[in-house]
Design a protein. Structure first.
Length: 277
């Protein structure tokens, strides 16, 4: 399903939600209270700004007595999407975010990956996958990365653990290219970057990839990822705690200038290993 038709399908979901909500005599706030989200979220579902998770679609069916209609429609739309189910909502939110703060403890975030780096990750994770699948996955990841090159790109802050800089993914040439891409974006002032060095020792959010997204007209949301699973968190207390952890990570990380110097030095080391200096 192409992007336009998929968006139109979610707009149909929202229009049906509004129609059936009004037929049931509920305001957005009243329906939200019954499905455990805010009235503002119901409005965003109806405008296809945000997409409900499965459990919310199921509770909407219960509240509106729609006999599983919204669950079935949700499952059809999710089945036809291009990203893994656990990441699909996060991918949609990335494009709506006014700012994104990424914490990457082991791997360069997908928005910044080069084709060769992304390919090395997919091949390592799917060693028996056909080439067509690998190429499709890499293409999707590159499509996501265009977000940071658009005029309306979000403010992007990157916190990398030194592990993500030094652990080789692919060949030395692949790593040199990947690190050069990051430093190029930094020097072009398209992103801000800091590196948490090995010497920082224990720190908040150890081993936990996370992305903090802020929006113009919606509450901030956190995306975290585990083994073939992902979660979107928007509880205000949770968001406050994670934001505090992120601020602490920035405080104990290297300065932006020192971080840039470290990544450039490691890229040079990889170039020497690849014999391309």
């Amino acid at each position: 399903m192409a992007n336009g038709s998929r968006q139109a399908a979610w707009e149909f979901f929202g229009a049906e939600l509004k129609r059936r909500r009004e037929d049931a005599g509920f305001t957005q706030v009243e329906l939200g209270a019954r499905v455990f989200v805010s009235g503002g979220y119901i409005g965003q579902f109806e405008q296809a700004i945000r997409k409900p998770q499965l459990d919310v679609a199921q509770r909407i069916d219960e509240a509106l007595q729609t006999d599983g209609f919204f669950e079935r429609l949700w499952r059809k739309l999710i089945k036809e999407q291009r990203y893994a189910e656990y990441f699909s909502h996060a991918a949609e939110l990335e494009r709506l975010a006014t700012s994104i703060r990424d914490w990457a403890p082991a791997v360069v975030p997908g928005l910044l990956q080069t084709p060769a780096y992304a390919r090395a990750i997919y091949v390592a994770s799917n060693p028996l996958a056909p080439e067509r699948y690998i190429q499709e996955m890499v293409g999707l990841r590159m499509e996501r990365g265009q977000l940071l090159r658009e005029a309306t790109r979000p403010v992007y802050l990157l916190l990398l653990h030194e592990s993500a800089v030094r652990v080789p993914v692919g060949s030395p040439a692949v790593m040199a290219e990947q690190l050069d891409q990051i430093t190029g974006l930094v020097r072009d002032r398209q992103i801000l970057m800091q590196v948490l060095p090995f010497t920082a020792g224990a720190h908040p959010q150890m081993g936990k990839l996370m992305s903090l997204m802020e929006f113009e007209d919606a509450p901030p949301t956190i995306y975290t990822e585990g083994v073939l699973s992902g979660s979107l968190l928007d509880d205000p207390a949770v968001v406050k705690k994670v934001c505090a952890d992120y601020d602490l990570l920035r405080a104990i990380a290297l300065s932006p200038d020192a971080s840039l110097a470290l990544v450039e030095a490691v890229a040079e080391d990889y170039r020497r290993c690849a014999g391309t200096t």
